[in-house]
Design a binder for this molecule. Structure first.
Ligand code: RP5
Length: 167
């Protein structure tokens, strides 16, 4: 349910269109759970004013969770978190130069006071960012709480089924 199908509850932002290959996994999860979301490229260093405006207006626009992905000197999640009190989930995108170590450390090492919930580097992190957003929304949404439990049950079933392959 991308982009304004109904009022988006989650914003998925990223520093560059080159992050989309990773960040689309967060959107895939939101689609799977039928959570409406908005996706947008917002760069902390190329469009700092847009970043500030987005963060300041996010709560009034009805967003409940922000997922922010960036790579390299990945300021975006922290700088957005600095300008909103909404929960911000940061996804370290795997970089070419340092394989995402730079992204991870840039996002995870927030000084006390301004939290960013940081996921794993890369595709798994983006998937988990989507799931964490659903989990946050599920605290006030019984449909999502049920759907998350069914998802977990499905993971368990797959493990049990995988035993049959150990021949
Ligand atoms: C960051 O720089 C982006 O989040 C991206 O991961 C990285 C490289 O950006 P491009 O040069 O591909 O636009 O701002």
């Amino acid at each position: 349910m991308a982009d304004n199908a109904t009022t988006p509850e989650v914003a998925v932002i990223m520093g560059s269109s080159s992050d989309w290959e990773t960040m689309k996994r967060a959107c895939d999860v939101l689609d799977q759970f039928e959570v409406p979301y908005h996706k947008q490229v917002i760069s902390a260093h190329r469009t700092p004013e847009l970043m500030g405006q987005f963060a300041h207006e996010a709560r009034a626009k009805g967003f409940k969770v922000i997922i922010a992905g960036a790579g390299g000197a990945a300021h975006l999640p922290g700088m957005v978190a600095a300008q909103t009190t909404l929960p911000v989930i940061g996804v370290p995108v795997r970089s070419h130069a340092l394989s995402g170590w730079d992204s991870l450390l840039s996002i995870v090492q927030m000084p006390g006071g301004i939290p960013v919930a940081t996921t794993a580097v890369g595709n798994s992190g983006a998937t988990n960012a989507g799931l964490l957003a659903v989990s946050i929304l599920s605290t006030t949404d019984e449909r999502l709480a049920k759907a998350l439990q069914e998802y977990r049950d499905g993971l368990k079933d797959k493990v049990e089924e995988s035993n049959a392959q150990l021949v």
